[in-house]
Design a protein around this ligand. Structure first.
Ligand code: GTP
Length: 359
């Protein structure tokens, strides 16, 4: 079976991280997020992957190539201008030869794709949509269905208190090839706003597949940090040991200032008087200076935290340097290669970047 992964978005809400790295390549536990998604597809024996890309596609092509290194076949469709979530699917029609999965490229979930495939075959609709229940459905697309699972209505971003259901579109679909006939070619089309409503209006059956899986949309920095916390505390099943984990764990074991859970890549250096954790991920080559403290944060590769600096609930992209005694306050997101001056005090939620927007 084939899978189309939608990875063409600009990831504006994750700026400035996405100035230097397209959202699908943003690391989750030190591995590009898209590689995590491909691992999940591989485990479900889906090895024929089409990546619908647009923004900064070269970083994606450079990493995955033709897919052979990952035991998969990876084909790329690169959009000159964004075609939207359905337009991107229509654009790859020549590559599609049967029923196919569609995955929003920014969904972090433990959904079992094999079980969804069985459900789809049992129901026999033109498509099956993965749904998840959330406490506050108002920022999402609500999907209403009957007792047999047949979808009856789509309500995008309903006003608070007027949501018709707590079940939302969770961004994974299994579709029959016939659905391509419902998508006009050559223009921007949204699958959730335009295609799915049209399909049910014309009497075709779409089925809801509601599960209680772990599910997170990695759209915003807070969600990106939450995803790491959830993996570190075992709420999202990913092959990560509890406590101290990663290739750099031996260098940190027995360190008095390391407060688990902490995940460290190789070549990290943490001064004997520094504090790291809880809920910290250190990328390859990070260094934490004397008396510095890093808590509830994700540091990409080669980040240097100077002596006495404090980093709290922050995301620091590759090559960032935090000067001695600087304070990186909660919610800060610092883009690639930025240097924060010694003693600087960043406002909570600060955004710093040294890179212009790439394409
Ligand atoms: P924001 O700019 O922060 O909203 O991020 P985004 O556009 O990357 O994400 P959004 O939630 O809008 O999109 C959901 C998924 O669909 C993401 O994985 C996007 O990469 C993908 N996507 C959105 N629009 C397009 C598009 O026009 N073409 C393709 N190929 N993918 C898209």
């Amino acid at each position: 079976m084939q899978a189309i992964v939608l990875v063409g978005g600009e990831g504006t809400r994750l700026r400035p991280l996405t100035y230097g790295t397209p959202k699908p390549m943003v690391p989750i536990m030190n591995v590009p997020f898209l590689a995590r998604t491909l691992e999940r597809l591989y485990a479900a024996e889906i090895r024929d992957i089409i990546l619908a890309a647009g923004y900064m596609p070269q970083a994606i092509v450079d990493y995955f190539g033709d897919g052979s290194e990952f035991g998969m076949k990876v084909t790329y469709a690169i959009e000159e201008t964004p075609l939207g979530t359905a337009g991107a699917i229509k654009n790859v029609e020549p590559h599609v030869d049967g029923p196919f999965f569609v995955l929003n490229g920014d969904i972090f979930t433990s959904l079992d794709l094999r079980a969804m495939r069985e459900y789809h075959h049992a129901k026999g609709g033109i498509g099956t949509l993965h749904l998840i229940r959330v406490e506050d459905p108002s920022p999402f697309g609500c999907v209403v269905h009957d007792d047999d699972g047949r979808v009856t209505e789509f309500v995008e971003k309903p006003p608070k208190g007027r949501e018709p259901t707590d079940e939302i579109n969770a961004g994974t679909y299994l579709l029959e090839r016939e659905i391509l006939e419902f998508i006009p070619a050559g223009r921007n089309v949204s699958i959730e706003r335009e295609t799915f409503p049209r399909v049910i209006a014309q009497g075709k059956n779409l089925y809801a597949y509601t599960t209680a899986d772990y599910w997170l949309d990695l759209g915003r920095p807070e969600q990106y940090l939450a995803a790491h916390r959830d993996v570190l505390r075992g709420a999202m099943p990913l092959a990560v040991e509890p406590g101290l984990s990663g290739d750099g764990k031996d260098a940190l074991s027995g360190h008095p200032g390391v407060v688990p859970p902490v995940h460290a890549a190789a070549d990290v250096v943490v001064d004997a008087s520094a504090t790291v954790g809880p809920n910290v991920v250190l990328g390859r080559g990070c260094s934490i200076g004397a008396g510095a403290a890093v808590r509830e944060s994700v540091l990409w590769e080669r980040v240097s935290v100077g002596a006495g600096a404090i980093v709290e609930e922050a995301i620091l992209a590759s090559g960032v340097t935090i000067g001695p005694k600087a304070l990186v306050a909660k919610g800060s997101v610092i883009g690639h290669d930025v240097s924060v001056d010694p003693g600087a005090v960043l406002e909570p939620g600060a955004r710093l970047s040294s890179l212009p927007k790439s394409t």
